[in-house]
Design a protein around this ligand. Structure first.
Ligand SMILES: [Zn+2]
Length: 222
């Protein structure tokens, strides 16, 4: 069962709502999900603002399909075993050789909780029971949202999955902060360690700005 104590917002301020119409952005300038050909009919697509919309979309002139590209959910888990947490050293790019907690894109047909449990099994060969949702971290510049859960390891068994070079238990004082793969992972771990020090886990909702997260380097994780 997933239990959430209470919602508490810390860290980066939530993006300010400016009101009015959002300024349309061209996809080409963001590097997110650039599309050249229509996935419905195979003909070239162009970027335009459809009638009644206020955002630039990829539109097929041949079959008139409008292709909406929306943010992707990454589900992650901080696996706990007694007073230590399980981290994986990545075997794949980007950021091969650096450390992360298990995390990856959700698959169609699964819940966020199932995705976090699956990623933990795949990357760390560990079985967890999720205990709480710890952080919701938006990366608007690359169209990703991280949902990071805390999970209790059911047994001490773990190992390196095909996407990991090494998997180890770390006491919070031993976390290799200078070898963490992604800014968003570091931000989640920092909040987790802060909560441990306070003796109370709270749910964190924050946005990681592009200048902090180094756009494009954090993209395409799997
Ligand atoms: Zn088409």
């Amino acid at each position: 069962m997933l239990s959430i104590g209470f919602i508490h917002t810390t860290g980066q301020a939530l993006p300010e709502h400016t009101g009015g119409r959002r300024r349309p952005r061209a996809f080409a300038s963001t590097g997110i999900d650039v599309m050249n050909f229509c996935s419905a009919c195979g003909n070239p697509v162009s970027q335009k603002i459809p009638e009644g919309d206020n955002m630039v979309r990829f539109v097929c002139a041949t079959c008139t399909v409008i292709h909406y590209h929306n943010p992707k959910i990454v589900a992650g888990c901080i696996p706990e075993w007694n007073d230590r947490i399980l981290l994986c050293r990545r075997a794949i790019e980007p950021k091969s050789g650096l450390w992360t907690f298990p995390a990856g894109f959700m698959e169609i047909g699964e819940s966020t909780e199932q995705a976090a449990i699956r990623e933990t099994a795949e990357e760390a060969q560990a079985e967890v029971a999720l205990t709480s949702l710890h952080s919701v971290l938006s990366l608007p510049h690359i169209g990703q949202v991280y949902l990071v859960f805390i999970g209790k390891m059911r047994t001490e068994r773990f190992g390196a999955g095909t996407e990991s070079l090494d998997v180890r238990l770390f006491h919070p004082s031993e976390i290799p902060w200078d070898q963490i793969a992604f800014t968003v992972v570091r931000e989640a771990l920092r909040r987790y360690v802060d909560d441990l020090a306070k003796g109370e886990m709270t749910l964190h909702v924050a946005s990681i700005p592009g200048s902090l997260a180094k756009p494009r380097l954090e993209d395409d994780r799997s």
